[in-house]
Design a protein around this ligand. Structure first.
Ligand code: ADP
Ligand code: ASP
Ligand code: MG
Length: 473
């Protein structure tokens, strides 16, 4: 990489990367090192590990009328952030200032929880206001720590930068409006040689109402900011050695995939590889930005590099396998369906009305049924919605049955080499068959870089392992 391209680097640190003193020490070293070779560095940070989860579960609890743990939770959050400040910020005045800013947020958080308790309801809007508090606290702590070690830094709330629509819990950015804000508020900090430490995960509507980009959305925040700033690269720092051949929590012998294409990583993320939020890829491809996934706890490991969709990148046919758990298959079935116009369109419109997204639609061999996966907990709601939609067709017996399967998992194999390699599907089925894993439904990604297979929930481990054994690195 030539020196002149090293202008602007966006680095995102996930929850475990800012989870405790040892992790934050790594972050400090990584930021220092990056500043020695890049003109400008932007840091995007998640909440401390486990904090978002704690914030949300407390919100659900208070909505049920149980306020008993508010104080303990506030104390616990204060203690965790304070411990980091005490470990790194020796100067008392600085430490007090940072603690005060945390205290202000904790008071607001307590008020939000109390308001939810009074209303007896946690609306998506209220949940977003609560969930974003973790990032607001972590960036203040991290900026104070960087300043204390002589790295000039400034905490920035992305509510001032990322303009979104009002779709709470999964807000969509307005890139144009975001660009204007980024130029106004972020660029001047970079011009001063400072490291902006920006909250991941959150944004705000044009009216300033806080939103979130969806769970795990800090990766997406980094991509949005990188695109808005025309950054050269985005580095996602996490707790594993890059994108791996499988989730190492499920397959301990998983290995790093050194290079993946945008499309491969997009399919992996979409089909459950938590290492990257699925929306991260798009702004990055569109802006031609390079993406790396690296390990905060093993920073000398080269991790994974995500590169353009060059057709020659065929290192390995299947590069990775992944799983989406807790799904059910919904089947709409009937011999009269052939003659009924628009069944598929009406089916998916009815599903969309329930606010559910469909990860997989199976190509049925006959046209007498439509089969698709949905998150298990939404299945009964969807069956009801479909029964209403097709009430007339059911009465006429054009549609015989609408039903939800037992719990299933979607296993997906990913690799762009599959496009050019005959017989991959055969090997995939063979591997599963040899382990006695029955395939309930299949779907091939439209980009032909993935094949997804639906299997019973109890076949998850055996199926994933059988598919993982097909990977040759
Ligand atoms: P962060 O807090 O840094 O965003 P996440 O927990 O969101 O971290 O994502 C990292 C985790 O993703 C890893 O610890 C790993 O268990 C999981 N993961 C799932 N699939 C993969 C994969 N294919 N490669 C790497 N990690 C994966
Ligand atoms: N802290 C947020 C979450 O836990 C966002 C993120 O970590 O990416 O969902
Ligand atoms: Mg994450």
């Amino acid at each position: 990489m030539s020196q002149h391209s090293r202008n602007l680097l966006v680095m995102k640190f996930g929850g475990t990367s800012v989870g405790d003193v040892l992790a934050v020490q790594q972050v400090v070293d990584i930021v220092r090192e990056a500043r020695s070779s890049w003109s400008s560095v932007v840091v995007v940070a998640s909440a401390l590990a486990g904090v978002t989860e704690a914030l949300l579960s407390q919100a659900f609890k208070v909505a049920q009328g149980d306020e008993s743990e508010i104080e303990a939770n506030i104390n616990n959050l204060r203690a965790r952030h304070q411990a980091l400040l005490e470990a790194f910020v020796a100067e008392e005045e600085r430490r007090r200032e940072a603690l005060q800013s945390i205290e202000y947020l904790l008071q607001r958080l307590a008020s939000l929880w109390q308001a939810i308790a009074v209303l007896g309801e946690a609306t998506p809007r209220a949940l977003d206001a609560v969930a974003g508090m973790g990032e607001r606290m972590s960036v203040r702590v991290l900026a104070a720590i960087l300043n204390a070690v002589e790295i000039p830094a400034q905490a920035v709330d992305a509510t001032e930068l990322i303009v979104t629509d009002a779709q709470f819990q999964s807000a969509h950015p307005d890139m144009e409006a975001t660009r204007v804000k980024v130029e106004t508020f972020l660029r001047p900090l970079l011009a001063l040689g400072m490291v902006p430490v920006v909250t991941g995960f959150i944004g705000a509507t044009p009216e300033g109402i806080p939103t979130t980009l969806g769970r795990g959305g800090s990766d997406y925040s980094a991509a949005i900011l990188a695109a808005a700033l025309h950054a050269n690269e985005v580095w996602i720092w996490t707790d594993v050695d890059g994108v791996m051949t499988a989730d190492p929590r499920l397959i301990p012998e998983a290995q790093t995939v050194p290079r993946l294409t945008y499309r491969e990583v997009a399919e992996l993320a979409y089909f459950g590889a938590k290492v990257l939020h699925p929306k991260t890829i798009r702004p990055i491809i569109e802006a031609g930005i390079r993406l790396r996934v690296l390990n905060t706890f093993n920073p000398s490991h080269p991790g994974s590099e995500i590169v353009g969709d060059a057709p020659m990148i065929l290192d390995g046919v299947i590069k990775a396998v992944t799983a989406v758990r807790n799904q059910r298959l919904i089947t709409v079935e009937g011999r009269g369906m052939l003659g009924v116009p628009g069944v598929a369109a009406r089916t998916f419109t009815a599903v969309a009305r329930t606010g559910t997204s469909v990860p997989l639609i199976s190509q049925a061999s006959s046209e007498q049924s439509i089969c698709f996966a949905v998150p298990a907990e939404t299945a009964s709601r969807i069956v009801t919605a479909l029964e209403e939609e097709f009430a007339n067709e059911i009465k006429r017996r054009d549609i015989d049955r609408i039903w939800a399967s037992e719990e299933v998992v979607i296993l997906t194999v990913v690799g762009s080499g599959m496009q050019h390699t005959p017989g991959v599907a055969g090997r995939v089925f063979g591997a599963l068959g040899a382990q006695g894993v029955n395939v309930i439904a299949i779907a091939q990604g439209s980009s032909e870089v993935s094949i997804s297979l639906v299997v019973k929930a109890e076949d998850l481990q055996a199926g994933l392992r059988a598919l993982h054994n097909l990977i040759k690195i």
